[in-house]
Design a protein around this ligand. Structure first.
Ligand code: FES
Length: 144
């Protein structure tokens, strides 16, 4: 069996939503101190709906595929839904990742949460802090 699914290869070779949103409403950046990969997510938000999303990922193929799939999964969705996106859902949507690459999908989940939190903070919007991981709460991820 191939190490990577066709979906992973497709999203790695043709990543969706790559780029930067100027004047984004929320920006999230996370990194993995072990491998050194960095992921940045930009959100455009109108009436609590993610109207546009872009990403920049300096990292491995699985991180690029995870970012691409994660942005597709949250585009056009309410913030509340984006906040429930898990790395497991991203991995499943990619038809799986090798076990030693699962942490790459965690970056996508964390970067989206970080971008939504940035939007809430910038706009003085109250939110349930328990929805967001503490900084450096995960073995793999850290704020950069
Ligand atoms: Fe670093 Fe994939 S090896 S995120």
């Amino acid at each position: 069996m191939a190490l990577y699914s066709e979906k992973v290869m497709d999203h790695f070779r043709n990543p969706r939503n790559v780029g930067v949103i100027e004047n984004a409403d929320g920006v999230g950046e996370v990194g993995n101190p072990v491998c050194g990969d960095i992921m940045k997510i930009y959100l455009k938000i109108e009436n609590d709906i993610i109207t546009d999303v872009k990403f920049e990922t300096f990292g491995c193929g699985s991180a690029i595929a995870s970012s691409s799939m994660a942005t597709e999964l949250i585009k056009g969705k309410p913030l509340s839904e984006a906040l429930t996106l898990t790395n497991k859902a991203v991995t499943e949507a990619l038809d799986g990742l090798p076990a030693h690459k699962l942490h790459c999908s965690v970056l996508a989940e964390e970067a989206i949460k970080s971008a939504v939190k940035d939007y809430y903070d910038k706009n003085g919007i109250e939110y349930d802090k328990s929805q967001f991981p503490e900084e450096n709460s995960c073995d793999h991820c850290c704020k950069v």
